[in-house]
Design a protein around this ligand. Structure first.
Ligand SMILES: [Zn+2]
Length: 455
């Protein structure tokens, strides 16, 4: 098959679509993704795709658009390109350019969602439009699925679609989604992590009891002070290491090009006793150390507080919500037991841990036709680079698509310069996407799909 090349006008159209999407404020909560979904639906209709809009809430819809294969050629299950259009909040006072201005400074598009993940939505649309124009002999349907509500837990978005309207998704074999395919520069080499696993989620609430009364008489049984001690203990404790094949493959993948010894040493990071000792010796940069630890342990991060109402009343209870994440193979009960070991000596019987929401981690095999095609596409587009199957500490819509039996990969190709702190842009200030790297990604995704979808 001939290579797929984009004209400058086609690439500019993708950049403009990204800017249009950034200018529609979809901060979640409240989300209000309807305008962004309507814009994308119109664009899909304009190029002749079948579209359906569906959702639990008029202001929070989801879009499913289909590029259908010719029935005579269709012999494989569908592939989904999935993106979310909601974003986390942004404080304009902390930004160099207004987060909803989609400012183009000549090299970057700035704005909330530029990376996470309106960039991929614009990229996927550009690729589907191109596949449609090229009229390729597809052997499977391609679905462009754009969802709401990912950032707040996926309830009205992919979770709703999978539970309420799986008929629209047509038994997908593969899903391509976010968090993967971007350049990581390390020791003079270039790596492309491709997400194949996500940690599980266990959102918990710690409630601490105290003795209510008048706060003009201080009491050691103050629920708020007790809670503070519990929170400090959770924040200070490093929970045990839980090695997994997913973590091992990820850590050794970055060491492999440096030879077998380097690979073996990286593997030792997964050892339950040696790992915690070796990590500070091998990895000096704190943020990298934190991200390695996060894939080897369960984590519990206290976030939102609740207690009292009156300044002069000792509240009977105080609580904190805890964002718990589970290492592969771990369950919510495992994390609860680890937290009880930390809390019981401090709080005795005066506390309770309850589960607010949980979902298991996901892991997808890498010995698939699509994964191999992704590897090939990245190493051809950036010769000498290395593809690493990755596990991420967060979650994406993939955990919902996994329930349909689909293989889900984070493949949102972006070529990034060494001086861009990419991880800091996710949910961070001054989120921006390099335009050249974005255009490179459009070509990589289109080339890969052009080959894969006609097999
Ligand atoms: Zn995202």
């Amino acid at each position: 098959m001939a290579a797929i090349t984009f004209t400058p006008a086609e690439l500019d159209a993708a950049t403009s679509l990204l800017q249009d999407l950034i200018r529609l404020d979809t901060t979640n909560p409240p989300g209000h993704e309807a305008a962004a979904i309507a814009l994308l639906e119109q664009k899909c209709r304009d190029i002749g795709l079948e579209t359906v809009i569906a959702g639990a809430h008029e202001e929070r819809p989801n879009l499913v658009a289909k590029l259908a294969a010719d029935p005579a050629r269709r012999k494989r299950r569908p592939l989904i390109l999935s993106g979310h259009v909601d974003c986390v909040p942004a404080d304009p006072a902390r930004w160099t350019h207004d987060p909803w201005s989609a400012h183009h400074d000549g090299t970057h598009i700035w704005g909330r969602g530029a990376i996470d993940m309106k960039g991929f939505v614009a990229m996927a649309f550009a690729v589907i439009a191109k596949l449609k124009r090229e009229n390729l002999p597809l052997t499977r349907d391609v679905l462009f699925v754009v969802v709401s509500d990912e950032e707040a837990g996926t309830r009205l978005g992919s979770k709703w679609l999978v539970e309420e309207r799986p008929d629209l998704l047509g038994d997908p074999e593969y899903v391509i989604n976010e968090v993967g395919g971007f350049t990581v520069h390390r020791d003079g080499r270039r790596f492309y992590p491709v997400q194949v696993a996500e940690k599980g989620v266990a959102w918990l609430r710690l409630t601490v009891r105290g003795r209510p009364g008048h706060s003009s008489l201080p009491s050691p049984e103050n629920a708020v002070s007790r809670l503070a001690r519990g929170i400090e203990a959770i924040a200070e404790t490093r929970l045990p290491w839980h090695p997994s094949p997913e973590a091992h493959r990820f850590l050794t993948g970055f060491a492999k090009p440096r030879g077998i010894l380097a690979e073996k040493i990286a593997g030792l990071l997964c050892h339950p006793v040696m790992g915690p000792i070796l990590l500070p010796l091998l990895v000096r940069e704190p943020s990298r150390r934190a991200s390695i630890e996060a894939i080897l342990r369960n984590t519990a991060t206290p976030t939102s507080l609740g207690s009292g109402g009156n300044i002069n009343v000792l509240p009977g209870i105080a609580s904190v919500d805890i964002d718990g994440r589970l290492a592969p193979g771990q369950t919510t009960d495992d994390l609860l037991s680890e937290l009880e070991v930390v809390l019981s000596p401090l709080l005795g019987n005066d506390y309770a841990l309850s589960v607010l929401q949980e979902s298991p981690g996901v892991s997808f095999e890498t010995d698939t036709e699509l994964f191999h095609e992704i590897e090939r596409a990245l190493t051809e587009a950036d010769p000498g680079s290395h593809v690493v199957p990755a596990i991420i500490p967060g979650f994406t819509d993939s955990r919902n698509y996994a329930t349909l039996g689909a293989h889900c990969y984070g493949f949102y190709p972006l070529q990034l310069p060494p001086d861009l702190d990419f991880a800091a842009l996710f949910h961070g200030d001054d989120e921006r996407i390099p335009v050249a790297g974005f255009h490179w990604g459009i070509g990589v995704l289109a080339g890969m799909l052009g080959r894969f979808l006609t097999r």
